[in-house]
Design a protein around this ligand. Structure first.
Ligand code: AMP
Length: 475
């Protein structure tokens, strides 16, 4: 039977009214598939990204079953990797449970537990938590788990990436075995499969938005930029374009995020229109920044991957990957921030030659080749500073070594032959002697694709002096 309305689900009036008030008319595909299964008490393995409506897909049946406030102990537990996501899920519980009297609570670290403990003591029906804080409060005797009948692991792939498996296992040991389990993950692979066999019983797998289809909703493009400075110049250029109204800029590290923020707020964007969030920012700063972005009060949010988990903002006009994420699946999460709810969004990636390796892996995951465009005319291509060039060459050597452990590296090989004898050289030799071939400069060493000239200057394809105008990128 085709499901075209929420009324077709066996949900009570309180929930249907809340859904209608939120403006949901047609259930999304993940909701169409998950809600009946979950209401029927099946374990579900859901492969769905943020933006697909997965939160309501698992929350509505939970709210239906937990129904009304009762006793003191929680009856449903939802685990998520970050406090932002926990807060967002908790908010969804508030909205969907608006016409019920259900008591729910978000538990996460970063804030003192006092208020959380007080609320727990007054009685809660549903807990949304990060695994760490949940276990801490359990250990201190504040949570009684014996009445938990439903458990959800949301963004399970991310939880594994973040090293939460030990905590998740401990939690599984302390909650009743007779329960319903739902596991959601944006990606599916060996790890998620293993977790699901550990955690779920005869699960039914539901899958929506296969990763390849991100390409349908989001137009993706790569600009090759030889170095950090050129990326900054490109950012400068883009942010001056009119349609860049609601932009998230992703950076791999806190330092890069801060630098981007400093540059843009000094020169390009009015300081009150831009914020930066990462793990070093206080909880309140992060919450405020996200709220301001959601409300449309700021134009640009600069974020690291961890800080961005769970950001749910419709109408992001552009996602800019200033660099590629450390965890490849995060590319999918990043670009999923745009192109939501049938809007087309744009995801722009800046790429150095050291990042080529990673983009190939990402393209394999998304099952698509991301088109490349030359830098627009007017973007100044800066010269690569010596240190940065060296770091990139080293990185490329590392990548080649990952693929071929016998590869000793063009960069190290040259460095040793050119270096003055003495301690530095001994140090470098000692480092290399850990490799399989102990004679780095001897015959038989393979050389890599980038070589350093003996005079100390670096040969690159895209280097050159400061120049403006379009560069001969790939078309
Ligand atoms: P999620 O994938 O759970 O993060 O949800 C993404 C966004 O879609 C949230 O802003 C939800 O409020 C919204 N949403 C969820 N279900 C529906 C629906 N059936 N119709 C329209 N919007 C929805």
């Amino acid at each position: 039977m085709e499901i075209t309305s929420f009324e077709q689900f066996e949900l009570n009036r309180q929930l249907l009214n809340a859904v209608a008030e939120l403006g949901y008319t047609v259930p999304t595909p993940i909701q169409q598939k998950t809600i009946p299964l979950s209401l029927g008490n099946h374990d579900v393995l859901g492969i769905a990204q943020t933006g697909t409506g997965k939160t309501a897909a698992y929350l509505l049946p939970i709210l239906m079953k937990v129904k009304y406030a009762q006793g003191k102990n929680p009856r449903a537990l939802i685990l998520a990797p970050t406090r932002e996501l926990v807060m967002q899920i908790n908010q969804a519980v508030s909205e969907l449970g608006k016409y019920t009297d259900l008591r729910h609570l978000a538990l996460y670290g970063g804030l003192g537990p006092k208020t959380q403990i007080e609320t727990l003591r007054n009685g809660v029906d549903i807990i949304v938590a990060t695994p760490g804080r949940f276990m801490d409060l359990y250990r201190s005797g504040e949570i009684v788990t014996k009445e938990i009948r439903t458990m959800v692991l949301d963004e399970a792939d991310k939880m594994m990436d973040m090293g939460f498996m030990p905590q998740i296992r401990s939690i599984l040991e302390i909650i009743p075995t007779k329960r319903q389990n739902l596991l959601f993950s944006a990606t599916f692979g060996g790890r998620v499969e293993r977790l699901s066999s550990e955690f779920l019983e005869a699960p039914i797998k539901v899958e929506v938005t296969p990763q390849a289809s991100t390409a349908d909703m989001v137009s993706q493009v790569i600009y090759e930029a030889p170095n950090f400075r050129t990326k900054i110049n490109m950012l400068d250029y883009l942010m001056r374009q009119e349609d860049f109204q609601r932009v998230i800029i992703f950076a791999r590290t806190k330092g890069t995020a801060d630098n981007i923020y400093k540059f843009l707020s000094r020169k390009v964007i009015e300081p009150e229109k831009i914020r930066v969030i990462h793990a070093n920012k206080g909880q309140n700063t992060r919450i405020n920044a996200m709220d301001a972005f959601k409300e449309g009060n700021i134009q640009v949010l600069v974020s690291t991957d961890v800080a961005a988990r769970g950001i749910d903002v419709a109408e992001v006009s552009h996602v800019i990957n200033f660099d590629l994420p450390l965890i490849y699946e995060d590319y999918v999460h990043r670009i999923g921030r745009t192109g939501r709810a049938n809007r087309t969004g744009e995801a722009i990636t800046f790429l150095t030659k050291a990042e080529e390796y990673h983009v190939q892996k990402i393209e394999r995951i998304i099952k698509a080749t991301i088109p490349r465009q030359p830098l627009p005319a007017g973007v100044v291509v800066a010269e690569t500073p010596f240190e940065e060039e060296q770091a990139m060459l080293r990185e490329i050597d590392e990548q080649r070594r990952k693929e071929d452990p016998t590869f000793l590296g063009a960069f190290h090989e040259k460095k040793i032959t050119n270096m003055a004898p003495g301690r530095e050289r001994d140090k470098a030799q000692a480092k290399l002697s850990g490799a399989k071939k102990p004679s780095p400069s001897g015959p038989g060493t393979r050389s890599g694709s980038f070589s350093r000239k003996s005079g100390g200057s670096v040969s690159t394809k895209s280097g050159g002096g400061k120049r403006s105008g379009s560069r001969g990128g790939r078309r």
